[in-house]
Structures are given as structure tokens and as C-alpha cells.
Design a protein around this ligand. Structure first.
Ligand code: DOR
Ligand code: ZN
Length: 342
């Protein structure tokens, strides 16, 4: 069985920097035409000039002949001023601004400590038409990690979109039924990305029968009924749900550690993994819109015109990929993908 699809885009991607780009950029460029590149480097990408320089480093790692385009983002901090937003939009490399609640996840220390602090920046984003990308988890250490997304929706997202109904918001990497309901109810200015790991795995895969650090990401995998709600949403054909892998590689020793860091590396075979989800749901005919149409439409970008082919043919996944001087263990490492990009 073969599928012909418009070449897809990845609306949520971590490429990292330095030698890691030699692995991550070709892996994504093999499948995707464009990718929204997360700004959580150390130090973070907070200005148009930094975004432009990072973009150049990414472009330098494209395979010969590739027309892959990174769509850059800025990292929102308490100190981001409206002029920084306007300058970034005017320079043309920046397509969105990312909100990490301070302390929520990997490299989020410089993130936002209270929503009020960024109101002036958000107002500038509305003016110039830049969307806000949100890591939707509360950071209160007393809140159970499995409840953090749901509480963020109640305490932060509903008030935010009521205050700024014109602001376009992407709730990134949604993991719960409550997030699906929020996105459906919030109106046309709100959308969500869904990752392959949250569609394929639940918290038993992470924790039962042994701890699997390479399935640990944030927001953490939830229970099966939430996974089913995500599959139902992603395969529903509703344009507010679209592809964003959150492929987030870390060197093996930082994952297989006493205090392992969060992130799953999926870029090497992301579309193949999504195809598996859509096939299992009996919705292969809706994969193209999820992967190649809805995200571009939300970002007000032209849809891609090139096409790609996927075949239902198993292929082994290497146990690890080179990653600069280190190794990265991919999602499904040492197992099989059920589909193959031709
Ligand atoms: O699992 C994650 N990894 N979640 C995030 O929000 C950040 C990402 C990373 O940068 O490693
Ligand atoms: Zn991410």
C-alpha cells in the first residue's frame, strides 16, 4: 500500500545547535519542507539578530539540493519588550514567539514568571500578527505532574484568550482530553500541535515493567484514555489539530542518568510514526490534511506543492544515531517503523 501526500511541515521542532545540527537538520529535511524551530538554546534566542544567526547555522547543515526552510521563533521572557517583537516581525525570519513558564521544562529557566509581565509583548504580537506558542503546564511544585496541563488551561489559558481574543495561540504538544476540549471550544484563533509519542504511548509504556528514559518528555505521557482523546482529535479532520513532532534530542548519557532530562527524538521517522497512528485509527485519508495542510493554514503560509510517497513496509530503527560527539537514542530505537518514506 502506498500513500501520496503533499510534503508536510513540522510545526514544533528542536534542532539544538553546533555539531548536533549535522544530525538533526538532515533528519528533518528528508521529510519536511518547513519546520518551526524552538528557541530554547542556552542562552535562549530572544532577538531577531540571534534568530537570524541561528537560522544561518541551520541552513549551513542542509543536505545538498534541499530546500528545507527553518521558521524561526523567539523565546519570550519577562523582559521581552514590544520593540523586540516588532523588530523580529519586520526582519522576516521569525514566525512565532514561544512562551515557556519559567521552570516548566528543559532550558526554561529564562521563561515567563507571570502572564502579566508579557502583556505588552503580547499586544505587540497581535499588532504585527505573530502567533504565541505555549508550553501549557503550571510550574507549582506542589501540583501533581499529571495535572499540570489541565490546571494551566484553567488558570492561564482561558483568562489569556478571554483577554486577547485576537491573539493566535498554539497550545503545543497537547497531552490530555481537557486540552482537546479547550482547543475545540476556544475558537478559530486557537490550535494545537500533537506529537507522535503522545499519540502512540501512554504512561504505562514509560513506567510499567521498567523505567524507559527515552519515552520521558514534558508534558509527561498520560494515561490511555487521554491518549485515545488525542488520537480521536488528530484523526478527526478538524483543522485546529496539526503536526508538531516536538522532536527533542538529548545525548544518551543525559537521558540514561540518575536525573534524566525530558525529550524524545523522533525526527528520523516522524511521518512514518504518524502514519501508523492514522492507519490504526482507520483514518489514513486524513493524514495529509493533519500533516501538510492545517498547520500551514493556521500560520497563514502557502501549502507546499511538492509531493512525497509513503509505503506500508516495515523498516528497522537503529538503536542510536550519531549526535555530534555523542549518541542519541531515537523513539523506537532497536524496533521497527511500520511505514517507509520512499
Ligand atoms: O520533553 C521536552 N523536551 N519538552 C519540552 O518542553 C522541551 C524539550 C527539550 O527541549 O528537550
Ligand atoms: Zn518542544
Amino acid at each position: 500500500m502506498q500513500l501520496h501526500l503533499t510534503r508536510p511541515d513540522d510545526f514544533h521542532l528542536h534542532l539544538r545547535d553546533g555539531e548536533a545540527l549535522g544530525t538533526t537538520v538532515p533528519a528533518t529535511a528528508r521529510t519536511f519542507s518547513r519546520a518551526v524551530v524552538m528557541p530554547n538554546l542556552v542562552p535562549p534566542i530572544t532577538t531577531a539578530d540571534q534568530a537570524k544567526a541561528y537560522k544561518e547555522r541551520i541552513l549551513a547543515q542542509r543536505p545538498p539540493g534541499s530546500s528545507f526552510q527553518p521558521l524561526m521563533t523567539l523565546y519570550l521572557t519577562d523582559a521581552t519588550c514590544p520593540d523586540t517583537i516588532r523588530a523580529a516581525q519586520a526582519a522576516g525570519d521569525v514566525y512565532a514567539v514561544k512562551l515557556y513558564p519559567a521552570g516548566a521544562t528543559t532550558h526554561s529557566a529564562a521563561g515567563v514568571t507571570a502572564m502579566e509581565k508579557v502583556f505588552p509583548a503580547l499586544e505587540a504580537m497581535i499588532d504585527v500578527g505573530l502567533p504565541l506558542l505555549v508550553h501549557g503546564e503550571v510550574t507549582d511544585a506542589t501540583v501533581d505532574i499529571f495535572d499540570r496541563e489541565q490546571l494551566f488551561i484553567e488558570h492561564e489559558l482561558w483568562p489569556l484568550i478571554k483577554r486577547y481574543p485576537e491573539l493566535r495561540v498554539v497550545m503545543e504538544h497537547i497531552t490530555t482530553r481537557q486540552a482537546v476540549e479547550f482547543v475545540r471550544e476556544a475558537g478559530d484563533a486557537v490550535a494545537a500541535t500533537v506529537t507522535p509519542q503522545h499519540l502512540l504511548y501512554n504512561r504505562n509504556h514509560l513506567l510499567a515493567g521498567g523505567l524507559r528514559p527515552h519515552l520521558y518528555c514534558l508534558p509527561v505521557l498520560k494515561c490511555e484514555r487521554h491518549r485515545q482523546a488525542l488520537v480521536e482529535a488528530a484523526t478527526s479532520g478538524e483543522p485546529c489539530f496539526f503536526l508538531g513532532t516536538d522532536s527533542a534530542p538529548h545525548g544518551r548519557q543525559f537521558k540514561e542518568a540518575a536525573c534524566g532530562c525530558a525529550g524524545c527524538y523522533s525526527a528520523f521517522g516522524a511521518l512514518e510514526l504518524y502514519a501508523e497512528v492514522f492507519e490504526q485509527a482507520g483514518a489514513l485519508e486524513r493524514l495529509e490534511a493533519f500533516a501538510s495542510h492545517f498547520g500551514a493554514d493556521f500560520y497563514q503560509l502557502p501549502r507546499n506543492t511538492e509531493t512525497i510517497r509513503l509505503e506500508k513496509k516495515p523498516q528497522p530503527v537503529p538503536a542510536a544515531f550519531p549526535f555530534g560527539k555523542e549518541q542519541v537514542v531515537p523513539l523506537r530505537g532497536g524496533e521497527f517503523l511500520q511505514w517507509t518514506l520512499l
